[in-house]
Design a protein around this ligand. Sequence first.
Ligand SMILES: C[C@H](O)[C@H](O)[C@H]1CNC2=NC(N)=NC(=O)C2=N1
Length: 94
Amino acid sequence: MRLTDPEIETALAELNAGWRCDGAALHLRVGRRDFASALALVSQVAEAAEAQDHHPDVSFGWGWCSFRLTTHSDGGLTAKDLKLARAIDAIIAS
Ligand SMILES: C[C@H](O)[C@H](O)[C@H]1CNC2=NC(N)=NC(=O)C2=N1
């Protein structure tokens, strides 16, 4: 069940700074010290995604990671994306 725009707005306000919504997906880009640190974050997020059976699209390189969350089976944003975004926020804050 796709989220409504008000639900998305509320969720964005509750998530940590940095998440952006393009309507169909949530986007977050974070900096890291180097390539190994970026890969370590990707690995931590991958673990959470596997645990939730809900997966981000991921790009990363030396000093940065980028996550894109959408529910492919629903063609847009759902509560599953918010749950994963919260998990990613917690990993970044840890
Ligand atoms: C069968 C399995 O539950 C589905 O393929 C899951 C896997 N991870 C997923 N991740 C995302 N982002 N969207 C999905 O629709 C999705 N579906």
